[in-house]
Design a protein around this ligand. Structure first.
Ligand SMILES: NC(=O)c1ccc[n+]([C@@H]2O[C@H](COP(=O)([O-])OP(=O)(O)OC[C@H]3O[C@@H](n4cnc5c(N)ncnc54)[C@H](OP(=O)(O)O)[C@@H]3O)[C@@H](O)[C@H]2O)c1
Length: 340
């Protein structure tokens, strides 16, 4: 149990004041002080402990995805780790740690059915990084969608990010040769020296295309794609016969990418080299998350998996955390820790 029961009288919130039309800025958010919600039947009241800041938060502002498009003037949506502070007669006792969409606020009323209780074993922050959406996407993307085999060459983009740094390490654990693509030499140095990536390439370098070719002398068997756009197009040109592209995310599509020449290789390269591109949503494997967590706990314990975390402190830092992630300032899982 993390804290004792305590419900405050006020509820600090971050509001998505206006929807962005282009680049997201801090000015799109405002800070507010609302009331602590009163639960309706079937709802619990939770206190937010750690907010997961995700690239997907930006997508939700533009289009309907697996959730409705966000509405201006409402509390910014977001998943996180919370503690139940009012069970309201449901089966989730006070003190239970749950994962739910409580939004960027201190207190929220959420349907008990939509809150996933967690058996916290180890660091609380690992529930957001390794055992959260990023870690699960890395695990199932590499093991199921990519079906990475020993000896294959695997390329991972946004390789220093929340999902990428874990995907690369899992591919190495499966015996692959792993090449990371990230946006700075500092990140790449860290990927090679600390996380054991076999090679890295900086996508901002003028010699990116040549560098990728040099880093993958035997071509590419599996590409774990977090970004889409120009990087996807460049990688597709180096893919081997029967290669697999694991479509995890498309960070570059959040802004217009004038350099993308994707149409030159899709579908041509896919056809001639029998490449399979497959998108996935990690929620599809939710029934197997406990198994994946167990496997990853083993790798954490024997030191083969090193999680990187990028924590911010205080609710007011949440907009900055999201902007930093979108600008590529982060290494590892971005999260906001709330303290009161
Ligand atoms: N399918 C699923 O179920 C699932 C689950 C989790 C996440 N995702 C998706 O996976 C992607 C990665 O998410 P994440 O949480 O792991 O984010 P993240 O990697 O922690 O952060 C995003 C990274 O993308 C890179 N980036 C930003 N703009 C870029 C650009 N224009 N070109 C190339 N790289 C750029 C930056 O790193 P650099 O410095 O290296 O450029 C940045 O650090 C997102 O699209 C997310 O929605 C999907």
């Amino acid at each position: 149990m993390v804290t004792t029961k305590h419900i405050a009288v006020s509820n600090h919130q971050i509001i998505l004041a206006t929807l962005p039309d282009g680049t997201l800025e801090e000015g799109h958010f405002t800070s507010a002080c609302g009331a602590v919600p009163v639960p309706r039947p079937g709802e619990i009241v939770v206190r937010t402990l750690i907010i997961s800041v995700d690239a997907a938060n930006r997508t939700w502002m533009d289009v309907e995805t697996y959730r409705p498009r966000l509405v201006a003037g409402e509390v910014m949506a977001g998943y996180g780790l919370c503690e139940v502070v009012d069970a309201n007669g449901t089966s989730l006792p006070e003190g239970t740690i749950v994962f739910c969409d409580a939004g960027w606020q201190e207190y929220a009323a959420v349907p008990a059915a939509d809150a996933t209780p967690l058996a916290v074993d180890g660091e609380l922050t690992h529930q957001i990084s390794v055992h959260g959406v990023s870690g699960m996407a890395a695990y199932f993307g590499i093991t199921e969608v990519g079906a990475v085999a020993p000896g294959e060459t695997v390329v991972v983009s946004a390789a220093a990010g929340a999902t990428g740094h874990l995907a690369g390490q899992i591919a190495r654990i499966r015996g692959a040769r792993v090449v990371g693509i990230a946006g700075s030499d500092e990140k790449n140095l860290m990927l090679e020296s600390y996380l054991g990536f076999d090679a890295t390439v900086n996508h901002r370098s003028e010699t990116f295309r040549a560098d990728l070719k040099a880093a993958c002398p035997k071509g590419i068997d599996v590409y774990f794609d977090n970004v889409g756009g120009r990087i996807l197009e460049t990688v597709l040109r180096r893919m081997n016969q029967n290669g697999r592209v694991v479509c995890c995310g498309s960070v570059t599509h959040y802004t217009y990418d004038p350099e993308s020449r994707l149409a030159e290789v899709v579908p041509g390269a896919l056809i001639s080299r029998r490449i399979r591109m497959e998108g996935f949503i990690v929620l599809d494997w939710m029934d197997r998350w406990p198994f994946a967590s167990q496997v990853m706990n083993g790798w954490l314990a024997d030191g083969r998996l090193l999680p990187l975390e990028n924590p911010y402190d205080g609710l007011d830092s949440a907009p900055r955390a999201l902007l930093g992630l979108l600008a590529g300032e982060n290494a590892g899982k971005t999260m906001v820790r709330l303290t009161r």
